[in-house]
Design a protein. Structure first.
Lengths: 381, 383
């Protein structure tokens, strides 16, 4: 008898012939997640199992963060020969609980002498007899004693919900425009959850922003990497583009022009990485550069699809997700990722694409982009 | 070239202090309370360090409680004292106090005292006329810093003591000497104050050690309870490496440090003023008795201090925007706005603070780099 983790997956169930592809990706991700705890994960009989972990709780928490995992159950694995031993273990696992319960048995080994209803009845009886704080409720029980009879027997009560989604890498790759704010890490997380591998592009404006601001962005990237198996961060020197826009262009178009350069550079970084889409943390109307017209202006300079998973979210909803995934605290550190010197006092909220493009003619756009691309620093986290 | 001009944030330990720390870790590591000979030797060394620290401010006939630093010393002086006096009286404090003191004022209010702020003058000094109005017979404690950490303004301690003697003779005076200890001449014996806090890492000792000097007749209640070390005022096995390091730093602090730092401060300001006409020096005029020799506060409008700070960092020059103790908060300094400075000017303010290792050559380089960076950065102003 020993403690193991049973890992249950969600949407992969729906896959048809390419299900092995998704399963292999998921097993790899679980193996990566349990490695720091010396855990060993393998696929058997349609289930992922984890054993040999040094710290079960820590290992369990790590697995709940793996995209594609529906839930994780700390379980007891034991021989199935002696029903009395199974019943004693079930009684032991339920002895400190109170309220209502039921027993749910599954018998994939059809040669086992008792069928599932018989297992439910007999185990339920013994549990009830041993603990007078429990009563049976078959419809809305507070606790469920799960028993699975496979080539071995597995018992578990606790089911820890996991993040869901699809295994990373099964959905292609996209480039995330990552600032130090609250929104972009959440946007990246949401797309990564659908199995998309990420790379990130950050725009650094030294000396208007500091090394601390850069380190904050790398820390956010590290936090994201816990979910999406590591990512490369492209740190793009952006000061010259900002000063050129500041000197040569209309003030109210400043942020829009800046965003157009960011989108173009991000698209080039994405191509270098083999990514096929861009991700931003934009949400309609949150700031002047995120009105529908402004989004059209910034979108029009790239050909890749741009994913904006937060587009319909309120700030408070975004913050709730940021809190849940653990990026909020870092995002709220006070190191600025853009300088107010370059922020227009009265930004255009209903810009017209042609007018903005005409304003951009004042700049040597291609040369500026080339210069920025040449100065990129790549950090793998 | 690397130039460290943030000595009010912390200082590089001197070789003598670092050696004392190493020797304490390797040889003098015994518990000074133990009864055997090596422990007694450590106890003797601790006594010598205490004497060195007291002698530096003419306080040898008074008591010194070693603490974990300036913040704990301020807490012990203020909260520890207020626990011994009748509730309901008034506690006065200078507007420009360090957060270690300001936070104790919240505690004073919770303990049932009335805490009142004394405003600052435009020079960053405590407004003596206001103090005269606010100092009433029911005042139990007056807190003022010796030197303001952002402006270098030396506070009028002796005037405050005279007013206290006349208007509120029962009030105790606590001076936060963290930015003044050894860098501004001070005679505790003659000062008329009751307590004085200081910190080791501001005078080229290590971090984690400081002290509270208490007048021999002044009583405070301990904040840390336990084995009764430090005459019952600060329980916990003594931080002997820190204490021996601090004692050595105090003993070896160079006699000529003050005039040398004052000359460097003047060199830096004159250089900046000559190259950048828009520059403004904040706080008391350089060379006057109100100006500490080691802190220079300068505003360089329209360049935001944070931008200039990062640009100088690229040149190997380390300075501070306002006070490094609170720089993570990135709010505009209440000390500067308290002097009547508008927010945009406060946002362009840098603090240069000098230590015993700075040189004229470093200052010349700093002037050159500030001027060069200013020429570029001042072109970009928010439209």
């Amino acid at each position: 008898m020993r403690e193991i983790l049973l890992v249950r997956y969600g949407e992969i169930f729906l896959k048809g012939q390419n299900r092995p592809f998704f399963m292999n990706a998921l097993v790899k991700q679980v193996q990566r997640a349990v490695k720091p705890f010396d855990g060993h994960a393998w696929l058997h009989d349609g289930r992922i199992f984890v054993d040999r972990f040094s710290d079960m709780e820590e290992c369990l928490q790590a697995v709940t963060k793996v995209f594609g995992v529906h839930s994780v159950c700390p379980a007891i694995e034991m021989e199935k020969d002696s029903f009395d031993a199974i019943a004693d273990q079930a009684v032991h696992m339920m002895e400190n609980l109170n309220g209502t319960f039921k027993v749910v048995s599954r018998r994939s080994d059809k040669r086992y002498p008792m069928d599932s209803p018989a297992l439910n009845q007999e185990l339920g009886y013994r549990i009830l007899k041993a603990n007078d704080q429990l009563s049976v409720d078959l419809h809305h029980p507070q606790h469920v004693m799960n028993v699975e009879i496979r080539d071995l027997c597995y018992l578990y009560v606790r089911v820890v919900p996991a993040v869901g989604g699809m295994p990373v890498g099964t959905g292609g790759q996209a480039a995330l425009l990552l600032s130090g704010g609250i929104d972009s890490p959440v946007a990246g997380w949401m797309i990564a959850k659908r199995g998309v591998r990420l790379c990130a592009v950050h725009f650094h404006s030294y000396p208007y922003t500091s090394d601390r601001a850069k380190e904050k962005v790398l820390e956010l990237a590290r936090q994201l990497s816990a979910y999406c198996c590591g990512l490369k961060v492209y740190i793009v020197p952006f000061t010259h583009i900002q000063t050129e826009i500041h000197e040569k262009c209309r003030d109210d178009y400043g942020t829009l022009l800046m965003r157009r350069f960011m989108m173009r550079i991000a698209e080039r970084c994405a191509r270098k990485e083999g990514a096929k889409a861009l991700i931003t943390g934009e949400s309609i109307g949150q700031v002047a550069s995120q009105t529908i017209e402004a989004l059209q202006v910034t979108n029009s300079v790239v050909s890749m699809p741009v994913f904006r998973p937060l587009i319909g979210f309120d700030k408070s909803e975004i913050m709730d997700v940021a809190r849940k995934i653990g990026t909020l605290e870092t995002s709220e550190l006070p190191y600025e990722d853009c300088c107010t010197v370059f922020t227009p006092r009265h930004p255009a909220t209903h810009p017209i694409v042609e007018k903005v493009a005409a304003e951009e003619e004042h700049l040597e756009a291609e040369a500026l982009i080339e210069e920025a691309m040449a100065g990129i620093e790549i950090v793998a986290v | 070239m690397q130039v460290y001009l943030d000595n009010s944030a912390t200082t590089k330990p001197s070789p003598a202090a670092a050696n004392a720390l190493k020797d304490a870790a390797e040889m003098h590591w015994y518990n000074p309370s133990a009864l055997y000979k090596p422990a007694m030797d450590v106890e003797k060394r601790v006594s010598e360090a205490r004497e060195c620290c007291l002698r530096a401010v003419h306080a040898t006939s008074h008591r010194l409680v070693f603490t974990s630093g300036g913040t704990e010393a301020d807490n012990l002086a203020i909260t520890g004292y207020l626990r011994t006096v009748k509730k309901g009286g008034k506690v006065l404090y200078f507007q420009g106090e360090h957060p270690a003191v300001r936070a104790c004022m919240d505690e004073a209010r919770r303990l049932g005292f009335i805490a009142e702020e004394i405003p600052s003058t435009s020079q960053g000094m405590m407004d003596i006329a206001s103090l005269e109005r606010q100092l009433t017979a029911d005042t139990v404690l007056l807190c003022l810093m010796q030197v303001n950490n952002e402006t270098g303004a030396v506070q009028p301690v002796s005037e405050a003591v005279s007013l206290r003697n006349r208007l509120a003779p029962k009030a105790a005076i606590h001076v936060d000497g963290v930015q003044g200890y050894l860098r501004v001449p001070f005679d505790f014996n003659r000062s008329g104050i009751q307590s004085y806090a200081f910190s080791g890492h501001k005078i080229h000792a290590c971090k984690g050690i400081g002290g509270l000097i208490l007048h021999k007749s002044h009583r405070v209640s301990p904040l840390m309870l336990g084995g009764g070390q430090e005459n019952g005022l600060r329980s916990g096995t003594e931080n002997t490496p820190g204490i021996l390091c601090l004692g050595e730093a105090a003993r070896t602090y160079p006699a000529d440090a003050l005039p040398r730092m004052a000359a460097l401060k003047e060199q830096l300001w004159e250089g900046i003023r000559e190259r950048i006409p828009a520059a403004v020096q904040n706080g008391p005029t350089i060379g006057t008795s109100g100006a500490a020799p080691h802190i220079l506060s300068v505003s360089l409008p329209p360049v935001r201090s944070q931008t200039m700070l990062f640009a100088l960092e690229g040149d190997g020059i380390y300075v501070s925007a306002g006070s490094a103790c609170a720089s993570h908060s990135q709010r505009v300094s209440p000390v500067l706005t308290g002097m009547g400075m508008d927010r945009s000017m406060a946002d362009c303010t840098l603090r240069f603070s000098f230590g015993i290792y700075n040189t004229e050559e470093e200052i010349s380089y700093t002037v050159e780099r500030i001027a060069a960076q200013y020429a570029v950065l001042s072109k970009y102003i928010r439209k």
